[in-house]
Ligand binder design. Structure first.
Ligand code: ADP
Ligand code: MG
Length: 237
């Protein structure tokens, strides 16, 4: 796909293996994955313009090839409701990031639609040294970090594999609706798994992919954060 190839070529030309969020989300969009609406802004005025285009409330995130975990350095602001909040937020993020990482190259600010709350799940892909690309599924937060409640399958996967991956985690009842909560649309999650399987199979140059989190809704799902890391380039002379 030309768009995907262009993004990878740009990263290569800048000696980057870490794709910026808008690059990763553009790749996801070209595979018809559901992502939050977004714009890249290189100035405060551009950020306000982008927010108007997207519609309030919005989210601002730092756009830097040197910042992988954006919230760790104060690089994410959620639920901004007015142009003034966007103006102030823009400056706040930049000064926070400069404080935490003085040498970080800042490319601008990523302006994004504020997605309504869903059940947080994590969908990922990584390279197993023996089996090649593998897919991962889990529930967000402590379920993955503390309880390691995740499932894996070697790519490419079938629809049946995707279904099993979702149903075999211990936290699965959370997705089927407990305590009067509506059930999550697991079909939408299966579709994301299948499309990610195709993406990493089509592009072996992808070393790691993290959708952390994906918001899962009673109808549909949305990739709220996306990170793609490429293989190190093997330079032949
Ligand atoms: P990072 O993982 O790099 O710190 P994220 O983009 O995942 O940054 O943002 C941190 C958290 O903020 C997410 O886990 C999610 O809960 C919330 N969040 C991020 N983007 C959005 C969005 N567009 N709408 C609603 N919540 C968001
Ligand atoms: Mg994240």
């Amino acid at each position: 796909m030309p768009k995907v190839d262009d993004i990878i070529a740009t990263a290569r030309s800048e000696n980057r293996t870490y794709l910026l969020e808008h690059e990763s989300k553009t790749i996801l969009k070209s595979y018809n994955l559901p992502v939050t609406q977004f714009e890249v802004a290189e100035s405060v005025d551009a950020a306000v313009k982008a927010a108007t285009k997207i519609g309030y409330p919005v989210v601002l995130k730092i756009l830097s090839p040197d910042v992988i975990h954006k919230s760790d350095v104060g690089g994410v602001l959620l639920n901004l409701k007015t142009p003034d909040e966007v103006r102030e937020g823009y400056e706040t993020i930049i000064s926070k990031v400069k404080q935490h990482k003085p040498n970080a190259e800042i490319r601008g600010i990523f302006v994004e639609e504020f997605a309504s709350k869903g059940i947080e799940v994590i969908i990922g892909a990584l390279k197993d040294p023996q089996f090649g690309p593998a897919l991962m599924f889990g529930l967000g937060g402590i379920f993955v970090e503390v309880l390691k409640d995740v499932s894996f399958r070697v790519a490419p996967i079938t629809k049946y594999d995707a279904k099993e991956m979702i149903e075999e985690i211990k936290g699965y009842p959370i997705l089927t609706g407990i305590r009067g909560q509506e059930a999550a649309d697991t079909e939408a999650l299966m579709n994301i798994l299948l499309k990610i399987s195709k993406l990493v199979t089509d592009y072996p140059v992808i070393n790691q992919l993290d959708l952390n989190p994906v918001f899962s809704y009673p109808k549909g799902a949305k990739c709220v954060d996306a990170r793609i890391i490429l293989e190190e380039e093997i330079k032949t002379q």
